[in-house]
Structure formats: structure tokens, C-alpha cells
Design a protein around this ligand. Structure first.
Ligand SMILES: NC(=O)c1ccc[n+]([C@@H]2O[C@H](COP(=O)([O-])OP(=O)(O)OC[C@H]3O[C@@H](n4cnc5c(N)ncnc54)[C@H](O)[C@@H]3O)[C@@H](O)[C@H]2O)c1
Length: 439
């Protein structure tokens, strides 16, 4: 099939590349001319495991192309994917201006029947809005608008896209549903379902999924905070409940709060939708409140430890991205933490395998970036761990102790076990577990 993907960010680029890998011809459109030029020159603008190889292979075989010319891309397409940003507006609702602006342009460009697919996360009713905008220019027999929410996780996006647990397709048109089923058939050969439903239910499914996952994280953070007070170990509790098949093992890890470009904005948007329908979604209000407080948990712990005075203190930080295997720092807890520490007078020396450039671009003061994890530790009064990159899991503890001025670790991701920390002689404060005070 000929596919046009409009918006070549994390979702659009992965979507386009994976469809090309299955033999489709994909033209990716972006408004950012510089980004398009880089992609035309073979550069992958984001970090995502396994993406570069597929990007190169499909670009070479001319199944994956990049352009700023939306009309040329759309005119030939059987299917047009909208993978545009839907950032939170001032009132928390999803900002639909990117989607609707493109929808307005699309109508006059359609020359034969085309399926228009909302891949972006959009509030209930958006497929109908997009339909109305396009129908101003062409007859209803020339197109259908389908909601096809994306569930990929950054960091494992290619794998998730290639082997989705399920594909959700929201449409009331049999013709569009057939085309979408054919497109996705190679991705579900192991038998995972393609679930066809109405547009509104598909749109709601995405918000329901993300809000539920955010709720699990906030719930576990609350359990962890209570574990600290009652002297229980949240790792044991997590194992204890995660083995219950009604609960399941995933998304039960406590930490420094959820971040990223999706959970915070999607929870907010669902609350906003609720209020528009005069429904008070009490659980999600609590989920957001808990998360805001949790994002500052390391700052509170460090401040309390150093009597609220970090003047002249150097704090090393491992991990900046909102989760491992990505360079994405949108709403990352590391950013709150840096601000909090600097406000209390600290100097921060940070290391992250992929995200340092993105943080440097935000122009924070009193932060330096190290070329490797150990360099960040030189003369530091404490190390904070914000992202559980694999490279931090089995470090050289002797080297760490040599470089740190004070052998103190504040771990926001529970990367190390308590016995190891005791044996190695660190002061070690983590989430939902006893503080080890070996110093
Ligand atoms: N990032 C994720 O993990 C993820 C997962 C599932 C769903 N989503 C949803 O997918 C959507 C896209 O997210 P993303 O993270 O890929 O966003 P992104 O910001 O990484 O990418 C959006 C791209 O759209 C481009 N763009 C903006 N206006 C344009 C226009 N008029 N024409 C062409 N291109 C234009 C931007 O230049 C950018 O490259 C959002 O609704 C998001 O909620 C994201």
C-alpha cells in the first residue's frame, strides 16, 4: 500500500519505518524542514533501539522517503496517518490545533478514496471533528476517518509496533476496517487480536489504558511511601502482589513519579474530558496529585539529609531521560529534581547515555555534563539515580567510592539491593525500603 505519515516524531517515524519494513511504500511528511533534510541524508533524529537499522534498510530500498511536501505525499496515498502532537493546552485539554490544521489542508488534496487515520492520542469525538473538516471539501464517499490509537512504549517502540498486544481500530466503515485489517495483518501473525470498534470507543481506549497505567504507578508510589514509614520493603510487597494473576507483574515499580510525553498529558486530558461531561473523575485527580509530590521525593530526601542547605554541595546525577532507552526528557522527573537541588544551592554534575544534549538545550544553570558516569562522581557529596539505565546496574563500586567525596546514594529507581549497599559500605536511601546507613 502507499502510505503517507504526517508528523515524523517518535510515533510517526516508528510507524512509517515499520510499515515500510512490511513492504509498503511510505512517505513521511514533517513541517520541520531541517529534520526532513537530516532524514533524507540518512540521519535518524531520535534515539530508539533497532530503529536505525530498519530506517537505513528501508530508505536504501526506497520504501521509506521524507518530504515537507504534504500534497505530493497525500495525493498518492491509500492511507494517511496523522501522527501529530497533541500537547496539553493551558486548561489541560489536548490541543487539537495541529490535527485540525492538517485536516483542513487534507480535503482539497484527496483525489481518490483515502483512509485518514488518527494515530495521535486525541479526545473522544476527534474523528468526527476531522471528518467534518475534510467533508467541507470532498464527498463522504472519498474518505473515511479511522481512530487507530498507538500503544508503543518509547525505548521499545519498534518491538512494540512490530508485535503489538492488540491493534485497536475505531471505525464504523466496513471498507476502511478491511483496509486497516489488511495493513496490520503481518503484525499479528502470532494471533494477537485486531479489535474493531466504533471511533469514540477507540479514542477512549487509549486514554483509559494510559490513565490506568499511571494509576498503577501512583498507587505503588503511595504503597512505597507507606512502606518507608512502617518498615516494610516495597520490593518484597511488589513481588508478593505481582504474582497474583489478577494483578500481574508489570507497572508495579515505585520510583520518582511518571513522566514522558504521554502519561502526564493523557491523564490531564481525560480529567478535562470528564469535567466537560460534568463527571468528577476523583481517582485521576488523586493520581496526578500523588505524582506531583513523588517527583520531588529525592529533593526532599537529600534536603533533609543535608539540613536543607546544599550550598557548596556537588550532587552527581545518573539518568536524565524519563525512562531508559530513550533520549526523551519531556516531563522527566530529573528536570524537577535538578531545579529543586539548584534552588537549594547545589551544583549538579549529570550523566545520561542519550539525553544530555536535550537537557543542555533547556539551559539549566549550575549543571555540568560528564563524559561517563564515573566522571560525574568526582568530589560529589552524593549520587542521585533518576533513570534505571542498564549501565548503572552493575557499576564498579570501588571506583565510585574513590571518586565520591561522601559515599552517599539516593536512588529513585531501586537499582541496587540493600545487602549489596550494606556490604559496599554506602549510605543508601531508596524508595519504599529501609535506609542503609553504613557511614
Ligand atoms: N511518544 C510516544 O511514546 C507516544 C505513544 C503513543 C501515542 N503517542 C501520541 O502520538 C502523537 C505524536 O506523539 P510524538 O511523541 O510522536 O510527537 P513528536 O512531538 O515527537 O512528533 C510530532 C511531529 O509532528 C511534526 N509536525 C507538527 N506539525 C506538523 C504539520 N503541520 N505537518 C507535518 N508535521 C508536523 C513535528 O515537527 C514533529 O516532528 C501524540 O498525540 C502522542 O500523544 C505518543
Amino acid at each position: 500500500m502507499n502510505i503517507s505519515v504526517i508528523g515524523t516524531g517518535y510515533v510517526g517515524l516508528v510507524t512509517g519505518t515499520c510499515f515500510a519494513e512490511m513492504g509498503n511504500t511510505v512517505s513521511c511528511v514533517d513541517i520541520d524542514a531541517d529534520k526532513v533534510k537530516r532524514m533524507q541524508n540518512g540521519e535518524v533524529p531520535i534515539y530508539e533501539p533497532d530503529l536505525e537499522f530498519l530506517f537505513e534498510r528501508n530508505s536504501k530500498q526506497n520504501r521509506l522517503r521524507f518530504t515537507t511536501d504534504m500534497e505530493a505525499s497525500v495525493t498518492d496515498a491509500d492511507i494517511v496517518f496523522l501522527a501529530l502532537p497533541t500537547p496539553p493546552g493551558d486548561d489541560g485539554s489536548a490541543d487539537l490545533s495541529y490535527i485540525l490544521a492538517v485536516a483542513d489542508q487534507l480535503g482539497p488534496m484527496l483525489k481518490s478514496y483515502t483512509v485518514i487515520v488518527d494515530k495521535s492520542t486525541v479526545p473522544v469525538g476527534t474523528a468526527e471533528l476531522v471528518h467534518r473538516r475534510i467533508a467541507k471539501h470532498v464527498g463522504a464517499d472519498m474518505f473515511d476517518v479511522v481512530s487507530n490509537p498507538e500503544f508503543l512504549r518509547e525505548g521499545v517502540a519498534v518491538d512494540d509496533f512490530m508485535k503489538p498486544d492488540r491493534v485497536v481500530i475505531g471505525t464504523s466503515s466496513e471498507r476502511a476496517a478491511d483496509i486497516m485489517r489488511r495493513l496490520y495483518a503481518p503484525f499479528v501473525r502470532q494471533g494477537n487480536p485486531i479489535i474493531v470498534m466504533d471511533e469514540r470507543s477507540a479514542e477512549m481506549t487509549k486514554y483509559a489504558a494510559n490513565s490506568y497505567l499511571a494509576m498503577r504507578i501512583s498507587y505503588m508510589n503511595e504503597i512505597a511511601n507507606l512502606c518507608e514509614r512502617v518498615g516494610a520493603n516495597v520490593d518484597q510487597v511488589r513481588r508478593g502482589i505481582g504474582t497474583d494473576t489478577r494483578i500481574g507483574k508489570r507497572f508495579l515499580f515505585p520510583g520518582v513519579g511518571y513522566g514522558g510525553s504521554c502519561f502526564p498529558k493523557d491523564v490531564k486530558a481525560l480529567v478535562k474530558t470528564s469535567s466537560e461531561y460534568e463527571y468528577d473523575f476523583r481517582i485521576l485527580d488523586a493520581v496526578m496529585r500523588v505524582n506531583e509530590i513523588q517527583k520531588d521525593t529525592l529533593v526532599r530526601k537529600v534536603a533533609a539529609h543535608f539540613n536543607n542547605d546544599l550550598k557548596g554541595k556537588k550532587i552527581a546525577m545518573w539518568g536524565l531521560s524519563f525512562k531508559p532507552e530513550t533520549d526523551d526528557i519531556r516531563e522527566a522527573p530529573s528536570l524537577n529534581t535538578i531545579k529543586g537541588l539548584v534552588q537549594l544551592g547545589a551544583e549538579v554534575a549529570a550523566y545520561d547515555p542519550e539525553a544530555m544534549e536535550n537537557v543542555a538545550r533547556e539551559c539549566y544553570e549550575n549543571i555540568s555534563f560528564a563524559k561517563d558516569p564515573y566522571e560525574a562522581l568526582n568530589d560529589a557529596d552524593a549520587l542521585l539515580i533518576l533513570t534505571e539505565w542498564s549501565a548503572f546496574r552493575t557499576p564498579n563500586f570501588e571506583e565510585m567510592k574513590k571518586r565520591l567525596k561522601q559515599q552517599k546514594i539516593f536512588d529513585g529507581r531501586n537499582v541496587y539491593d540493600l545487602d549489596t549497599m550494606k556490604k559496599e559500605g554506602f549510605y543508601y536511601s531508596s524508595i519504599g525500603r529501609d535506609v542503609i546507613n553504613s557511614n
